[in-house]
Design a binder for this molecule. Structure first.
Ligand code: DP6
Length: 337
């Protein structure tokens, strides 16, 4: 290996959970307390270049063109440390990453970000891992990122009940992108960074919510039913269960004082119900931010766009299709510098 810098560039897409991951197993290892099921989206992406080099005294991070320190660099460094512990590459790395959608606003930038980083870093370090092992690596940084390695409809099981930091837990594909003819309308209600990150939001929910136990009880049942509905391609049932999972997650968080909804969020949720009364099968899901993702069958997308786009609090609409998993787009050896 010697003195030559080695680099790789990977692209990954966000995923939106239909059945939500909210809450971790106690103990080490970042294991989810509940199973989750997501859809990987096309049309939004994170692109990450990782380059190991002798010339660096410390890991570096450039996020959307800006050299970044503090917590984001610390989390990137922890993933790079794991990569360095797995193989012969021991040098520091420079990570250059950018999103073509707002960062840290509940649009799942940590999912696509850590998926692209895990794939780019393991490729740059010339590790020969399966996609499942890369998913496990991404999961240790951000559990939702484990799902973005795969395309289509993806499941991440709950972690082991007995804490074991070394246990492997990866996401797995359930159905390909072509399984269901679906569009997701992302109703962007704010361009600011979100208030409470999901890691802190779930910790606070676990510590303070009187309904956290009820969430842990309900989530696996909602997940199992959603999985069945998905495999049966029952769109209405998928939508109802996805909305139920999101509302149960937010109910548990709200009871701990963790509020992601804003006025515009509620306006979109009301319009989604109004669409259903008018016969348009639209269903909503909300993550750890104020935006609403609306699921709609492809033939109904124009009707849904018109109604949602007319809401004053909706700054813009992003129309996403079901997309593919993460991929390596470039790899350079000896002559990179
Ligand atoms: C609401 O994966 O961001 O989007 O593992 O602590 O990094 P960490 O949490 P993260 O949580 C995502 C929460 C969610 C629901 C989901 O994606 O399943």
């Amino acid at each position: 290996m010697g003195m030559t810098p080695e680099s790789a560039t990977a692209v990954a897409h966000p995923n939106f959970a239909l059945s939500k991951y909210w809450g971790k197993r106690p103990g080490p290892g970042n294991f989810p307390a509940v199973p989750s099921l997501s859809v990987t989206v096309a049309g939004m992406s994170t692109r990450t270049m990782v380059r190991f080099s002798d010339e660096l005294g410390a890991d570096e991070l450039v996020l959307n063109g800006v050299p970044t320190h503090g917590e984001p660099l610390r989390r990137v460094g922890l993933l790079l440390d794991r990569v360095r512990s797995l193989g012969a590459e021991k040098r520091r790395a420079c990570v250059v990453t950018s999103n073509d959608f707002p960062t840290a606003s509940g649009l799942a930038s940590s999912a696509s970000g850590f998926a692209a980083l895990a794939l780019g870093a393991t490729q740059a370090a010339r590790l020969e891992l399966t996609l499942s092992q890369v998913s496990d690596l991404a999961r240790r940084s951000s559990a939702s990122a484990a799902r973005s390695l795969f395309g289509g409809f993806v499941e991440l099981p709950a972690g082991p009940e007995i804490p074991d930091a070394d246990a492997e837990l990866s996401a797995r594909p359930l159905a390909p992108a072509t399984h269901l003819d679906l569009r997701i309308l992302v109703c962007v209600t704010s361009e600011e960074e979100k208030g409470t990150g999901s890691t802190l939001g779930m910790r606070t929910t676990a510590e303070r919510s009187p309904y956290y136990g009820a969430w842990l009880d309900a989530a696996p049942r909602l997940h199992g039913a959603l999985r069945e509905a998905l495999l049966a391609r029952d769109f209405q049932r998928i939508g109802e269960l996805a909305e139920a999972s999101a509302m149960a997650m937010h109910a548990s968080a709200l009871a701990a004082g963790i509020v992601y909804f804003r006025g515009a969020t509620l306006d979109v949720l009301a319009e989604v119900r109004a669409l259903r009364r008018r016969g348009v099968p639209a269903y909503a899901t909300v993550d750890a931010g104020p935006h609403v993702k609306v699921l709609v069958p492809t033939p109904d997308v124009d009707a849904a766009r018109r109604a949602l786009g007319a809401i004053s609090g909706v700054l813009r609409l992003i129309e996403a299709r079901v997309g593919e998993g993460a991929s390596v787009v470039a790899r350079e050896g000896a002559c990179a510098s």
